[in-house]
Write a protein that binds this ligand. Structure first.
Ligand SMILES: Cc1cc2nc3c(=O)[nH]c(=O)nc-3n(C[C@H](O)[C@H](O)[C@H](O)COP(=O)(O)O)c2cc1C
Length: 203
């Protein structure tokens, strides 16, 4: 007997309904630019109307609550998410209590001024938050191509995406390698939720 594992037309049309919310806090625009690059990458797989960057100051809760994947991102302040991002986290405690996000996918990114900048602490902080909500984590399975400014995953991060912005406008920094890595990450995240949606996992 031959077992087909290729997606049927129902699975393909359901993939078109998957949606992603990229929720971020950015004071000076650098983290926002990374969020937008993740959206660009995800839109290589999903319709643009289903992938949105969501500023923590202007949350579209209806969109966030129905999204299949929540991507959380913050600038690093004193080795932590910013106070504004933490306020957003705390605002979701009722959703935690009611298990509103359980079973969704989750991923994270952190932007800071320092090369390390303690971004790992932020990714760990957000992953713990995502686990409290009962979500399923997606990391960054991308081998670094090198450590120059144009290289992909030059900061060698696997728990989530790390980017670094120097003193300069967001159009110039983070550099091309970090932005390309963010696009790769967005594309990977969308491919992952399409691949593992329930209709595609039946065998
Ligand atoms: C109060 C404050 C604390 C900061 N703490 C850190 C830090 O711990 N590590 C680091 O590398 N950069 C730190 N920075 C630099 C920011 O991470 C950097 O400016 C920020 O990521 C820029 O992102 P944005 O343009 O999205 O706001 C800090 C900046 C401020 C204003």
């Amino acid at each position: 007997m031959t077992i087909s594992i290729s997606p049927d037309s129902t699975a393909i049309s359901q993939a078109k309904n998957l949606s992603i919310a990229v929720i971020y806090h950015s004071n000076y625009g650098h983290t926002k630019r990374v969020a937008e690059a993740i959206v660009t990458g995800a839109c290589q797989q999903l319709p643009a109307s289903q992938v949105k960057a969501v500023d923590v100051h202007e949350i579209d809760w209806a969109f966030v609550d129905q999204a299949d994947l929540l991507v959380f991102g913050s600038a690093v302040y004193m080795g932590s998410v910013t106070a504004e991002f933490k306020t957003f986290m705390d605002e979701t405690s009722k959703r935690w209590y009611h298990r509103a996000w359980e079973g969704k996918w989750a991923a994270a990114f952190a932007n800071s001024g320092g090369l390390s900048g303690d971004k790992l602490a932020v990714l760990q902080q957000i992953s713990l938050y995502a686990m409290q909500h009962g979500t399923n984590w997606i990391g960054l399975p991308l081998m670094p191509t090198g450590h120059e400014a144009h290289d992909l995953n030059r900061l060698s991060s696997f728990l989530g995406l790390m980017t670094q912005s120097l003193d300069g406008p967001p159009e110039k920094t983070p550099g091309s390698g970090d932005i390309d890595t963010a696009i790769w990450f967005g594309d990977h995240l969308a491919k992952t939720i399409i691949k593992h949606q329930p209709a595609n996992t039946q065998s």
